[in-house]
Design a protein around this ligand. Structure first.
Ligand SMILES: Cc1ncc(C[n+]2csc(CCOP(=O)(O)OP(=O)(O)O)c2C)c(N)n1
Ligand code: SF4
Ligand SMILES: [Mg+2]
Length: 766
């Protein structure tokens, strides 16, 4: 097979000893970063790039590098961390994908505009919506105008090599710009391939050299600098011109650096990767992994006498227009295949860039076809490349393209396949048991709730249909359903991205019996604010009829309350009539168990690993309920399925406040047996111990006054934290003698927070 590795490994000029291994693109990005030993990585998990930070965390716990890994509160935060560290003069690294990339987008021109070098891996993936976690280039195309240099990497080997070249390029005196290394999500990020790497990291470090000195950076106390002063147009045009010159110079510098790299590695990465292009009459222009599939087809066509070739650039910013003109001099027809569209632009971005490159060659006669393909990770097989060549050959023979721009691989819908609902839509009285009574005490203005024995509520239908894809023993749905037992009547539910969303809505199916909305992970609270106000405004105008007991519930994970904290606080301050319900499973479970800010001290996750130098999460858990209480919303509560009556009553109160006053916020502790490494059957026991150890106190803050709704001390039920921790694989290490100081620190913090809460309970004015 005509793989890039095979051809590159034929360059017999390997000066330094290299080892062969079998690894993925993400593993190789992490390996390059570890060998370089960057100062700082600011990151936030998002599939398929998350593994890069995870591997680095694991390597750090094994003492293999010293990179300061900073788990940000979202990608805007991660990019901010990177900017700040780069401004300080440190070497900086990041990895992201799709919406994570878009969320940090505005930070990118801010960084290139002040010429702060760093390296970021963009593990390409489809941008929402609809949400699709697999690979295409729709995120990468947003990078084209950011002023960052963009290198592409078709294989795991190229990911390693480009990461090393990228840093030297970024810091080069003629460039001084941040650099993106873009490789295909899943195709390249997760597929393991044969790769070589330098055995001695010193070879890598010698190649990239020392951090260049003499530039204005924040760490130089003897030379105070102002970084990022604002400018007017007279200066900005000069700034932009210099930046433009620098990025074009990056193209030449890349050529020099890749040659130098070929000297030490035996692998070269010319500006354009050309396959069969010496005498090609028909050709495909493809970015990244798809080009590798097409090369096999070139061999096949050439065996039949068809002069076919493939062009794939190794760098797209700056766009290698001159080299492309050269390569296409004698090509009669070219198909530019792109894994993204520029909607309404009569072809995606690179089609136009190739066409514009050809404009400069007055002799050029190449017919250019443009096809959008492989979006959302849709596979691109050799057969597809063959079809691309067929279209190209057809255009060559006819002398024109039947259709110059089109999509490839889409199919028309078939009305016969229209799905029929499995259950009747449910609304109105279906969810009204009439058994829950909420009244307001005339004197105290507090609420009294009466609920029937639990068995009387079992007839109330569930809000989520069975058949969703949660793991066995998952605590999300028992917890949410219990909460909804206390909610009467119609509801509009919003979930932001997380396990609860992903397992209930795999298109074309939905487990939601009532109206359901999904929006981005960081803006669910704002979204539901809009929905609530639109409902009320349309009702006020008499345009819709909704019953008075309509309830709006935004459900988020604890991760959603990290990245979406700003949105939740804004919603609380505006006091919309809705409920924010957080299910806290102490981590980002949907993306593979990374730490969240709610992960407690010492707990093991995939980004807070355990090893020689690390013992789980290094800082304490976030007290989201107290943060929300300090916004002075009318009602805040905590609950778990282990105390069902308590939870149902709180749900009923939350509903009353959401219907009559404003925002209610609740936090449910939920088990995640998969990532907590706990037994499914222990869910309720683990929850109970979390409460009885005072780690997760059950309380409410009603109109500013705190009430413990269950006091394990008063009931003589208090247990040691160890009782709770011993039931989960993720925390067992905390019980080891060597971790006694960490356990003590955790116990002290739990006790401190518990005492404050108790004092608030005893003194209403606190
Ligand atoms: C802007 C952005 N960054 C990152 C992600 C990736 N992402 C999706 S869900 C998720 C974690 C969700 O954690 P949490 O809210 O706790 O829900 P859980 O998966 O634990 O149920 C992450 C990091 C994303 N979708 N969008
Ligand atoms: S990963 Fe955890 S939270 Fe997600 S569905 Fe599985 S058990 Fe539930
Ligand atoms: Mg979570």
């Amino acid at each position: 097979m005509a793989t890039l590795e095979d051809r590159l490994n034929n360059v017999n000029n390997k000066k330094f000893e290299q080892a062969t291994t079998f690894e993925s693109g993400n593993e190789m990005a992490a390996m390059a970063a570890a060998q370089i030993n960057y100062h700082v990585m600011g990151y936030f998990p998002i599939t398929p790039s998350t593994e890069v930070a995870q591997y680095l965390d694991l390597m750090k716990s094994q003492g293999l590098h010293d990179i300061e890994l900073i788990a940000a509160d979202g990608e805007h935060g991660s990019a901010g961390i990177c900017f700040g560290a780069a401004a300080t003069g440190a070497r900086v690294f990041n990895a992201t994908s799709a919406n994570g990339f878009l969320y940090m987008l505005e930070q990118l021109p801010a960084q290139s505009g002040v010429r702060l070098p760093m390296v970021m891996n963009l593990v390409t993936r489809a941008v929402s919506g609809p949400l699709d976690i697999r690979g295409d280039h729709s995120d990468l195309y947003y990078a084209l105008n950011t002023g960052w240099v963009i290198l592409t990497a078709r294989t795991p080997q190229a990911v390693y090599d480009m990461n090393i070249i990228a840093l030297k390029l970024a810091e080069h005196k003629d460039v001084r710009l941040p650099v993106i290394v873009a490789y295909d999500g899943f195709f390249t990020s997760h597929q393991k391939r044969k790769v070589e790497y330098f055995k001695d990291r010193k070879v890598v470090q010698d190649y990239v050299g020392e951090v260049p000195k003499g530039y204005p950076v924040a760490c130089d106390k003897n030379n105070p600098v102002t970084i990022g002063a604002h400018m007017n147009g007279d200066d900005l045009i000069n700034n932009n011109f210099q930046q433009s010159e620098a990025i074009y110079r990056a193209g030449q510098v890349f050529e020099e650096l890749q040659k130098e790299y070929a000297e030490i590695s035996g692998r070269e990465y010319k500006t354009l990767d050309l396959y069969g292009m010496e005498d090609a009459e028909v050709a495909l222009f493809l970015l990244n992994s798809a080009a590798e599939s097409a090369k096999d087809v070139v061999d096949k066509l050439r065996a039949k006498g068809i002069k076919a070739g493939v062009i794939s650039p190794n760098i797209i910013r700056p766009f290698p227009a001159k080299e492309i003109r050269e390569a296409l001099k004698n090509v009669k027809a070219l198909l530019v295949g792109e894994r993204a569209d520029s909607y309404g632009g009569n072809g995606p971005n690179l089609t136009h860039e190739v066409k514009s490159a050809l404009q400069e060659d007055k002799e050029n006669q190449t017919i250019v076809l443009s096809r959008v393909f492989g979006v959302g990770g849709k596979d691109f097989y050799a057969d597809d490349a063959e079809k691309f060549f067929e279209m190209t050959i057809d255009a060559m023979e006819k002398g024109f393209a039947e259709k110059s721009f089109d999509y490839f691989g889409h199919v028309p819908g078939n009305p016969e396949n229209k799905l029929k609902p499995v259950i009747e839509p449910m609304h109105g009285n279906t969810f009204n048991s009439g058994l829950i009574k909420v009244t307001q005490d005339e004197e105290t203005k507090k609420l009294n709730v009466k609920i029937p024995p639990l068995r009387n509520l079992t007839g109330k239908p569930k809000r989520f249909a069975s058949g969703h894809g949660a793991c066995p023993g998952c605590g999300i749905f028992p917890g949410l359903e219990l909460f909804f037992k206390g909610i009467e009547g119609d509801a509009v539910i919003l979930l932001q991205t997380g396990c609860a969303y992903v397992v209930t809505t795999g298109y074309p199916y939905s487990s939601h019996k009532q109206t359901f909305i999904h929006n981005l992970f960081q803006s669910g609270a704002a979204t539901l604010s809009g929905t609530v106000e639109a409902f009320f405004e349309m009702k006020r105008r008499g345009e819709i009829e909704i019953s008075d007991d309509f309830t709006f519930v935004m459900i988020t994970g604890d991760g959603g309350m990290d990245i979406g904290m700003g949105s939740a606080i804004g919603t609380a301050l505006r006091n919309h009539k809705m409920i924010i319900l957080e299910y806290d499973n102490e981590g980002y479970m949907n993306t593979g168990s990374q730490m969240s800010y709610s992960t407690p001290l010492g707990h093991m996750t995939s980004t807070t690993t355990i090893g020689k130098t690390k013992q789980g999460k290094p800082f304490h858990h976030k007290d989201t309920a107290q943060i929300m209480a300090s916004t002075h919303i009318p009602y805040v509560f905590t609950g778990t399925e282990a105390f069902p009556q308590d939870l149902i009553k709180k749900a009923a109160k939350a509903q009353w406040y959401a219907q009559n006053v404003g925002l209610a916020y609740g936090k449910l502790l939920i088990t995640c047996p998969l990532n907590w490494k706990s037994e499914d059957r222990l869910g309720e026991k683990i929850m109970k111990s979390a409460v009885d150890s005072c780690f997760f106190p059950l309380y409410e803050v009603e109109q500013g006054e705190t009430t413990l709704t269950y006091d394990p001390e008063a009931k003589n039920k208090r247990v040691e934290l160890a009782e709770w921790l011993k039931m989960m694989g993720k925390t067992k290490h905390l019980l080891k003698e060597s971790n006694a100081p960490m356990l003590k620190e955790f116990e002290d913090e739990v006790q401190r927070r518990w005492r404050i809460l108790k004092a608030k309970h005893e003194t209403p004015f606190l």
